[in-house]
Structure formats: C-alpha cells, structure tokens
Design a binder for this molecule. Structure first.
Ligand SMILES: [Zn+2]
Length: 52
C-alpha cells in the first residue's frame, strides 16, 4: 500500500511537502510561537494563544 503510494508520487511528480503536512495535521504549530504540542483548552500550551 505505502510502497505503491510512493510509486504514484514519483510518477505524478507530487511534492512530498503535502504528505508531511497531512501526517502532522493532528497538532498544528502555533502561529505565534511555533509550538506543535497539543492545545490546552483550545489554547497554545506554550504561549497561551487561543487557537480554537
Ligand atoms: Zn504558542
């Protein structure tokens, strides 16, 4: 499955960046401080910026 998917990317010439983003989408990096940790009550756990 995964090897075939890689073959498709090489064939289609898709940028691997899109894959990296989709796999990391669980924790979006904070736009203020860049922390990609889980949110605490919808806010960045590092700087406290409200994200949700
Ligand atoms: Zn932050």
């Amino acid at each position: 499955m995964r090897g075939q998917w890689r073959d498709n990317i090489e064939r289609e010439g898709l940028a691997p960046i899109a894959i990296t983003i989709s796999e990391d989408s669980e924790h979006m990096p904070c736009p203020a401080c860049g922390t990609a940790a889980a949110l605490v009550e919808g806010a960045c756990s590092d700087c406290g910026l409200q994200l949700e």
